[in-house]
Design a protein. Structure first.
Length: 258
């Protein structure tokens, strides 16, 4: 999927003009829907970081335009947004790349009653579900699953786990915890799926850094300076800890130490 998307974006980039932002203009950022990092209302860990840097330090009027993840990259190009979030190092987009500003932690989520997953090799023989392109992104081809399914709708992941139709979810631990929470809130006590079952998350994959890409280099440089300032003052760490605390029961201290 990423290969085809890259070709489209590179072609589109060659056709794009660049418009400078005037002082005090609203900054539009195309953002990918990945709760609890970015939810449908433009709130979450990623949103808090962007506001701490771009509004509180840079003094910009920030407008977050939420789109399904991966589509937000093409919308940045096609609709000429001023910036785009959650850009992996491997994806080339037109513009100027910021320093890494947010880190995701993929791992294994299992029911607490199940055999734990402590290392990648513990996944052998398990049935698993992961996100679209997760097999490639997480490097799963050398493992031997009894069944491995890619499913872009991560709410389905939680349903499969609580129904015991799969053994393990392989995805970002905080995203899994949020979808588990949503499912738990919707299910009545007599529901056929027991969403109250405790889970365990283990960070068996390396952390993944994401960048912003700005259409203007001056904005990228200002962002990097303000991100460094907010990091030095403890603002970014406080945001990350806030979300780690929100999902403490599911994540323990396994999500980047938060």
């Amino acid at each position: 999927m990423f290969g085809d998307l890259r070709r489209v974006l590179v072609l589109a980039a060659s056709l794009l003009p660049v418009w400078p932002l005037s002082a005090g203009a609203e900054v539009s950022v195309s953002v990918g829907l990945l709760p609890p990092h970015m939810d449908e209302a433009g709130e979450g860990r990623d949103a808090d970081i962007l506001r701490a840097v771009m509004q509180d330090c840079m003094g910009e009027q920030l407008r977050l335009i939420v789109a399904p993840f991966t589509r937000h990259w093409t919308e940045y190009v096609d609709k000429k947004r001023d910036a785009v979030n959650t850009v992996p190092a491997s994806l080339a987009l037109p513009g100027f790349r910021s320093v890494p500003y947010i880190v995701y932690q993929n791992g294994a989520t299992v029911l607490a009653s199940a055999k734990p997953v402590n290392t990648r090799s513990d996944l052998n023989g398990r049935s698993a579900v992961t996100f679209a392109d997760g097999t490639e992104i997480l490097g799963l081809k050398d493992l031997h699953f009894s069944r491995l399914v890619e499913q872009s709708d991560q709410e389905i992941h939680s349903n499969l786990l609580f129904a015991k139709r799969i053994d393990v979810i392989l995805a970002d631990g905080m995203i899994v915890a949020e979808y588990n929470r949503r499912l738990r809130e919707r299910k009545a006590a007599a529901a056929p799926i027991d969403a109250s079952q405790p889970v365990r998350f283990t960070a068996v994959f390396p952390p993944v850094e994401y960048h912003l890409v700005f259409r203007e280099e001056v904005m990228q440089k200002r962002f990097d300076r303000c991100f460094a300032k907010q990091t030095a003052e403890g603002r970014i760490e406080a945001i990350n800890h806030k979300y780690g605390d929100r999902y403490r029961d599911a994540l323990g201290r396994n999500y980047l130490g938060y």
